[in-house]
Design a protein around this ligand. Structure first.
Ligand SMILES: *[C@@H]1O[C@H](CO)[C@@H](O)[C@H](O)[C@H]1NC(C)=O
Ligand SMILES: *[C@@H]1O[C@H](CO)[C@@H](O)[C@H](O)[C@H]1NC(C)=O
Ligand SMILES: *[C@@H]1O[C@H](CO)[C@@H](O)[C@H](O)[C@H]1NC(C)=O
Ligand SMILES: *[C@@H]1O[C@H](CO)[C@@H](O)[C@H](O)[C@H]1NC(C)=O
Ligand SMILES: *[C@@H]1O[C@H](CO)[C@@H](O)[C@H](O)[C@H]1NC(C)=O
Length: 248
C-alpha cells in the first residue's frame, strides 16, 4: 500500500467510527422527538395520489374527512384507510349508492376507515374482525376481516372480497391502502337482496332520488352522484362482463 492508500483507509475507518458514535448519540435524542407538526391531511394525500376522486367527494359529503382529521389529531392510535379507486366506484352495480340514505352513506364510507394504524406487516397478526369507524365500534357493528397470504392482504366484508392492491401513503400514523373494490358492509347489503341480484333499473325513481339529494345542500354529494350517472355506460358494460363471467 502506498502512503496515500494508507491514509485513505485510515480515513474510512475514522469516518466509520465517527458515524457509529453519531448514531449511538443520536438515537436516544431522536426517540422522544414528536412526529410531523399537526395531523396529516387525508384529503391532500388522496388528491396527490390521483384516481380517488369519487372517494374524496364522498369523504367530504359525508364529513368523514373531518372526522378522520380530528381523530388523527386527537388520538395516538393512528388511522388506516382502505381507499377504493374511481374504477372501484364505477364498477358498482348502478343504484348501489342511491339505495342508501344519508346515514347509510356515512356508514359505508366509515366502513373504509380503521381507527388504528395498521402497517402491511401488522395485518398478519391482527385478529378478526377488525373494528371500523362505522356503527357502534364497541359492539363490532360493521366488522371487516383480513387474511394474509405471503405479502398479499385479502379483505372480506361478507359481501365484498378484495385485496390491498397498493400502498398509497404510510407514515407510522396514517396508512392509506388502495383497494379495487368498494367494501360493501354486510349490515347494509347482506340482509337486503339488491346487491347480489340487482333489480332492473327504475329511471323514474332514480330521478326522484337525485332531486331529493339537492335540498340537503350537499353539492359535493349530488355531483358525485351525477358523476356516477355519467359512468353508467361503463357500469352497463361491467354488468355485461359480470353476466358473462357468471355464465362460465
Ligand atoms: C386538506 O386539504 C384540502 C385540499 O387539499 C383542503 O381543502 C382542506 O381544507 C385541508 N384540511 C385541513 C384540515 O387542513
Ligand atoms: C389538534 O388538537 C389540539 C389539542 O389537542 C388543538 O389545540 C388543535 O387545534 C387541533 N388541531 C386541529 C387541526 O384540529
Ligand atoms: C386472496 O384472494 C385471492 C384472490 O383475490 C385468492 O386467490 C387467495 O387464495 C386469497 N388468499 C387468502 C389467504 O384468502
Ligand atoms: C370474520 O372473522 C370472524 C372470526 O374469525 C368470523 O367469525 C366471521 O365469520 C368472519 N366474517 C367474514 C365475513 O369472513
Ligand atoms: C370471500 O372470502 C371468504 C374467506 O375470507 C370466503 O369464505 C368466501 O367464500 C368468499 N366469498 C366470495 C364471494 O368469494
Amino acid at each position: 500500500m502506498t502512503r496515500k492508500q494508507h491514509f485513505f483507509a485510515f480515513s474510512l475507518v475514522l469516518l466509520f467510527l465517527l458515524h457509529c458514535t453519531n448514531t449511538v448519540v443520536a438515537q436516544p435524542a431522536a426517540a422522544p422527538a414528536p412526529g410531523p407538526p399537526g395531523p396529516t391531511n387525508v384529503t391532500k394525500v388522496l388528491e396527490k395520489a390521483g384516481q380517488f376522486t369519487l372517494f374524496i367527494r364522498l369523504l367530504k359529503a359525508t364529513s368523514v374527512a373531518d372526522q378522520i382529521d380530528h381523530q388523527l389529531n386527537d388520538t395516538n392510535n393512528g388511522m388506516t384507510l382502505f381507499a377504493p379507486t374511481d374504477n372501484a366506484f364505477s364498477s358498482l352495480s348502478s343504484g348501489t349508492l342511491n339505495s342508501l340514505n344519508d346515514q347509510e352513506k356515512v356508514a359505508l364510507i366509515q366502513f373504509h376507515v380503521i381507527p388504528t394504524y395498521v402497517s402491511l406487516s401488522q395485518f398478519q397478526t391482527v385478529s378478526n374482525p377488525l373494528r371500523t369507524n362505522a356503527g357502534d365500534s364497541s359492539r363490532f357493528e360493521y366488522p371487516l376481516n383480513v387474511t394474509t397470504f405471503g405479502n398479499s392482504v385479502n379483505i372480506s366484508s361478507g359481501i365484498t372480497n378484495t385485496s390491498v392492491s397498493g400502498t398509497v401513503y404510510t407514515d407510522g400514523q396514517l396508512a392509506v391502502y388502495q383497494v379495487d373494490k368498494v367494501l360493501l358492509p354486510w349490515d347494509l347489503f347482506g340482509a337486503k337482496p339488491p346487491a347480489p341480484a340487482p333489480a332492473p333499473e327504475k329511471p323514474k325513481k332514480k330521478k326522484a332520488d337525485a332531486v331529493a339529494d339537492g335540498p340537503d345542500g350537499k353539492a359535493d354529494d349530488s355531483s358525485a352522484m351525477s358523476l356516477m350517472t355519467n359512468i353508467k355506460n361503463a357500469v352497463v358494460f361491467a354488468h355485461a362482463i359480470a353476466a358473462v363471467i357468471f355464465l362460465l
